[in-house]
Every structure is written in C-alpha cells, then in structure tokens.
Ligand binder design. Structure first.
Ligand SMILES: [Fe+2]
Ligand SMILES: [Fe+2]
Length: 174
C-alpha cells in the first residue's frame, strides 16, 4: 500500500512543531509506538493508527496562568479532542493525505478520550480504541507525560523508526 504522507512529513510540519510540542512531543511519539503494536494486535491499519496516536493531543490549548497550569480552568473549559480532530484533519488534507484516511484519523483523535462523549454506553471502532489505549498506556501521575522531553535527535530517530515499521507492516493491508 502506497503511503501518501509519512510520519516524517507530519513531524516536521510547523503546525505539529507548534501544537504537538506544546502538549508533549515525547508523549506523542511514545503513543505512536504503543499504538503501532496495538494496531497489529487489533488488526487495524498501522499507518492510520500511528498518525492518530501521534496527533491525538494536537488540540491542546495553553492553559498556563501566572506561571502555572490552571487545572480548574482546563477541566471546566477544555475541548482539546474537538480542536485536535479539526486540526489533525486540516493538516493531513493539506499534506495530501487520502480523504478517507484523514476522516478516520480525525475521528480517532476526537474520541481518544471520553470527555466529548455523552454519558452512557457506546462502542468505539478498533482504530479509535487502540488510540485511546495507547494514550492511557503512556499516562503518568500528575500529567507528567505532557512535560517529558527527549532530544530532537532522538525524536527524529524514533519518528524514522515508526516510518520503517509502518512501511514494512503495510503489505498485510494492501
Ligand atoms: Fe488528550
Ligand atoms: Fe495524551
């Protein structure tokens, strides 16, 4: 299967450097790696899963207030899954992503947390589920996952690894 957009293209885009870095580049990359393994387990397209996993928190606002994070305001007013779904979709379409892929990835970003869902029971698709599970897997107490950082060189290396892993596994989804 031909990949129209690589993780490398997404990683280097200025919008990603601005917004994904704001919510934690190391977290986004770690979720990308966790979700790759989960995608194989759940028989989900790994290219879509990794893109959604990497972009899942792209919608975060900056809730810092007087030098610290205003958690109360964040909990009351945050809509990062909604903002992120729109932002990820726009970015992917601009990069030339397949329109169906862009929609599915955007939906998985929207549903990575249940904060936008009404109370009650609902069923996630496997793609949506693996992105949620990968995010949960990387969470740290006190939201530490948003503040973890690694060197740029290491970031680029891990992104390259994701591209290699996705390309070599995609023959199963041709
Ligand atoms: Fe999130
Ligand atoms: Fe997250």
């Amino acid at each position: 299967m031909l990949r129209r957009v690589l993780m490398k293209d997404i990683y280097h885009h200025p919008i990603v450097q601005k917004y994904v870095r704001r919510s934690g580049m190391a977290h986004a990359i770690a979720v990308g790696h966790y979700v790759f393994d989960l995608a194989l387990e759940y028989n989900v397209n790994p290219d879509w899963a990794v893109k959604a996993g990497f972009l899942h928190d792209i919608g975060h606002y900056d809730w810092s207030d007087h030098g610290g994070w205003n958690y109360q305001l964040y909990r009351e007013c945050d809509i990062h899954p909604i903002k992120g779904a729109e932002r990820a979709h726009k970015l992917l379409v601009r990069l030339g992503e397949d329109q169906v892929a862009a929609k599915e990835i955007s939906h998985a970003v929207l549903l990575h947390t249940d904060s936008v869902l009404p109370k009650g029971s609902y069923e996630l698709s496997h793609l949506q589920k693996v992105v949620h599970l990968a995010d949960e897997r990387d969470k740290e107490p006190g939201d530490g996952h948003h503040y973890r950082s690694i060197s740029r060189h290491w970031e680029e290396r891990l992104i390259h690894e994701l591209d290699l892993k996705i390309s070599s596994s995609l023959s199963d989804f041709a």
